[in-house]
Every structure is written in C-alpha cells, then in structure tokens.
Design a protein around this ligand. Structure first.
Ligand code: NAP
Ligand code: G4F
Length: 411
C-alpha cells in the first residue's frame, strides 16, 4: 500500500470500537507539533499537548484549532509542563493514559545549541529519557514516537540511510544521539513500542523564522514590502535535503500504525545548497540574484528585477529594487564551529516498507514558503505555491501561522 492510501484508509478509531484514540504531543506549539495536532484531530483523535508557560503567548501556531475545554465535544486539551520537569510528565502520562505519545518537543536550533550546550543536553537529550521513564513507571501501554534527526549523520558522507554511521557535529546532534539510543534501549529492554523517525530537514510556512529557509523567505517578503534592506547569512555552501513538514508529520503517525516498532529515515532524496535556495526563492519573487566577490566578502546582487510583474502590483512604491542593489551579505556570526556539509536521504527502507513517496519537490516547497510569506506582509503572491498545497491534498491544514512572530536574531 502506498503512503497516501495508507494515510487515508487506516482509521485507528476503528481499533477501539468507536472510542477516540488519545495522543499526547510534546512540542505542540512548534512547526511539527502544530501540523501533527491538526492531522490527528482530522483522524478523530483526542489530542493533548504539552505547552510551556511563557510570559507572552506562544500558541500562535495552534490558536486556530483551540476551543474552550468547557465546550462539549472539545478534542484538543493543553497542559502546562516542561521537558525538564519529570514530576509533571509522570502526572500527565498517568492521567491522560495516551494511546500514542509523539515526542517532538526539543531545543531544536543547531546554532543555539553551541551557545547553550548544557541546556540542549538537558531538554533535547535527557528530556526524552524523562518521558520514557514516565511511561515505564506509570505502566501505561502506549506507542512512542521520537523526533530523531538527520543531524545524527553529521559528517558521514551522503547518501545517509538507517545504517549510516552516526557522526554528530553539534551539541544538538549529540543530545539527539543520546535520545535515539535511549529509545532503542527502551524498545529492546522493556518491549516498548518506540520508533525513531530520522527526519531530514522539513520546512513550511510555519517554520521557525531563524531557520535558514524561513529566514530567506521572510526576508524576501520584507524586502519587497520595504521593511528590510538586506539579508545576512552564514555558510551558503552547505547542502540539505529539504522536504515539506505536513508530509513528514503524516509519516510520524504512519510509523506508529505499523505492526512492529522500527526506525525510518524520511527525506526526499534531493539535496540543494543554501545558495540554491536563495536563488530559487528570489527568482520566484521576480528577483534574479548574481553573486559577486568571495569568502566573507561574497554578496548577492540584483541582476534583474521584474518590477512589472503583476505579483508586485501591491508593492510599497517608496521602495525601489534596482539592478546592482546588494541584497545579501555574509555575516560570520552565523557560521558554526562545526558544520554539517551535505545531507541527502536514502529513503529505500521507508519507500519499501511504508510506501513513502514525497509529494512536494524542492522547487514546490520554495514556492509555497515564498507565497505564504508574501501573503503575511500583505503582498499579493504569485500563487503557484498556494495552489500546489491545495492540489496535493493537505486538506487537514490551511497553514495558518502566527502573525505575532518577531524576528529574533539567533540563527
Ligand atoms: P520547533 O518548531 O523548534 O518546535 C519545538 C517545540 O518544542 C516547541 O513547541 C517548543 O515550545 C517545544 N519546547 C522547547 N523546549 C521545551 C521545553 N523545555 N519543554 C517543553 N517543550 C519545549 O521544532 P520543529 O521544527 O517542529 O521540530 C520538531 C522536532 O523534530 C524537534 O524535536 C526537532 O529537534 C526535530 N527535528 C526537526 C527537523 C526539522 O527539519 N524541522 C528535522 C529533524 C528533527 P515553545 O513554542 O514554547 O518554544
Ligand atoms: O536551517 P538551519 O538552521 O537548519 P539545520 O542546522 O540543518 O537544523 C535543522 O534541521 C535538522 C535536521 O537535519 C533538525 F534536526 C534541526 O532541529 C533543525 O530543524 O541551517 C541549515 C544550514 C546550515 O548549514 C547553516 O549553517 O543553513 C546554514 N545557514 C547559512 N546561513 C544558516 C544561515 N542557518 C541559519 N539558521 N541561519 C543563517 O543565517
């Protein structure tokens, strides 16, 4: 059975004689957690999410699916907690008794992990152990999904599969390796249904704004709207296998619907450099970029600008982008002490065992992200990306995203 068929036809509620399945999601306020919550709600699940207490609202990605828990028929429940607090994790597991736990919460930013290695180890690494222990100690029979990462492969040459040697290149990757092996140990030692999804980079209109793809697409929108003059980036030559996040959360769910727990690599099998992402994204928005100089002096300059394009009819007329304008510069602050140069997924296992075939290509992903960011700043997007989302059956989400996100200069 191919993935799309499996996703549409498997109905886990049937296995519980009409009683809704219960899922607990850590990281529900993040990119993946929010898509996953929408996907599970569309499948009839009762969804519980762990959220951190913050002095400002951090629920922008899920506000559109939240309803007052006093209203009958509510299916989404949020609970305060933190991956550093085992007491509350035990409490939640014991009280909710989830059928499935999706552990996607983490300090997920690789560059930040160099600044905060100990915190990253605590939350991204030991946080997983706290959750596994909460499940083991409460004696609940639940299936467990661990958000493992292609960062585990680090410096191992591409293509990378489930059997590729792990060679972590950051405190984040080291923490994720520890978590990966804890999951394997709990599966083998305590017979737990626990899976590692080794996911390659996946992006969307909801991607955090300091990850490189979203930083680029947001900058394009802000430059065109006259809110930003330049985009500062780090290493342009690293290559990533970028896929579309809503597809990847479907795979998380599918892994837990298998007869036996296992680990799977999920990616597209196509890899591109940051430089190529920049070129494609600007091009789609009507700006052709050419590169001048080299090293830290390298710059992205406007070669041509299609200002007549109908897609820019709503542009701020005060702002002019001319041939020769420098739009991109290198800031060494964004370099990492150790870099992951080349990620490319070998998806043979997921293809054979789960029928996985990615539906969104690299160039489609770029169009989707640029379209939604142009929309966010009030410009009229070209629209190909929005049409692609509609045509490829992501009917459980409209990619609603936080409108109160501010640019934080972390990444
Ligand atoms: P994300 O957008 O950064 O979301 C991370 C989530 O974790 C947020 O909900 C965040 O809450 C929560 N969180 C952070 N620290 C926490 C803590 N101490 N206690 C409780 N919750 C905490 O990440 P993502 O892109 O959705 O990725 C989801 C998972 O997949 C992460 O584990 C990531 O490491 C992993 N992964 C991601 C990719 C990718 O390309 N996206 C690839 C492979 C693996 P706040 O909203 O309050 O910050
Ligand atoms: O977008 P990034 O920050 O993602 P990175 O480091 O690949 O990590 C993401 O994917 C992992 C899966 O492989 C996840 F596990 C992890 O949680 C996260 O979601 O950086 C991508 C590349 C890097 O090579 C970086 O050096 O882009 C390069 N880059 C160049 N300029 C930049 C920038 N990255 C960021 N964030 N900001 C820049 O200005």
């Amino acid at each position: 059975m191919n993935t799309t068929n499996a996703i549409n036809t498997i109905n886990p509620t049937d296995q519980k004689n009409g009683v809704p399945m219960k899922a607990l999601i850590t990281g529900i306020t993040g990119q993946d957690g929010s898509y996953l919550a929408e996907f599970l709600l569309s499948k009839g699940y009762e969804v519980h999410g762990l959220i951190r207490r913050a002095s400002t609202f951090n629920t922008g990605r899920i506000d559109h699916i939240y309803t007052d828990p006093h209203i009958a028929g509510t299916k989404l429940f949020l609970h305060y907690g933190d991956l550093s607090d085992s007491g509350q994790l035990i409490n939640l597991i014991y009280n909710i008794q989830p059928d499935e736990v999706y552990h996607v919460g983490a300090q997920s930013h690789v560059k930040v992990s160099f600044d905060m290695p100990e915190y990253t180890g605590d939350i991204t690494g030991i946080g997983t152990t706290r959750l596994l222990e909460a499940i083991r100690r409460s004696g609940i029979k639940t299936k467990f999904y661990q958000a493992s990462s292609s960062e585990l492969f680090g410096a191992s040459p591409p293509p990378q599969s489930e059997t590729t040697y792990f060679y972590p290149r950051s405190p984040y990757a080291a923490a994720k390796i520890y978590a990966y092996w804890m999951v394997t140990n709990y599966r083998e030692g305590y017979n737990m249904f626990a899976c590692n999804g080794i996911l390659f980079n996946h992006e969307s209109p909801r991607r955090g704004e300091t990850f490189v793809t979203r930083k680029i697409t947001r900058a394009i929108a802000n430059i065109l709207a006259g809110h930003q003059k330049k985009l500062y980036l780090g290493n342009l030559n690293a290559k990533r296998d970028w896929g579309f996040a809503p597809e990847y959360v479907e795979m998380m769910w599918l892994m837990l619907q298998q007869e036996k727990p296992d680990d799977y690599v999920v990616g597209t099998g196509e890899s591109h450099s940051i430089r190529e992402f920049v070129e494609n994204a600007f091009n789609y928005a009507g700006i052709e970029i050419e590169w001048v100089d080299s090293g830290i002096s390298e710059k992205g300059v406007v070669k041509s600008f299609d200002s007549e394009s109908t897609q820019h009819s709503t542009l701020n007329t005060q702002h002019s982008i001319k041939t020769g304008t420098v739009l991109i510069e290198i800031d060494p602050r964004y370099f990492r002490p150790t870099e992951v140069d080349f990620l490319l997924a070998d998806i043979t296992k997921a293809r054979k065992q789960l029928g996985w075939q990615p539906r969104i290509t690299f160039s489609e992903l770029v169009k989707i992200m640029v379209d939604y960011d142009l929309k966010l700043v009030g410009l009229t997007p070209p629209g190909d990306g929005i049409k692609i989302c509609q045509a490829k059956n992501f009917c459980y989400t409209e990619h609603a995203f936080a409108t109160n996100e501010r640019i934080r200069d972390a990444g």
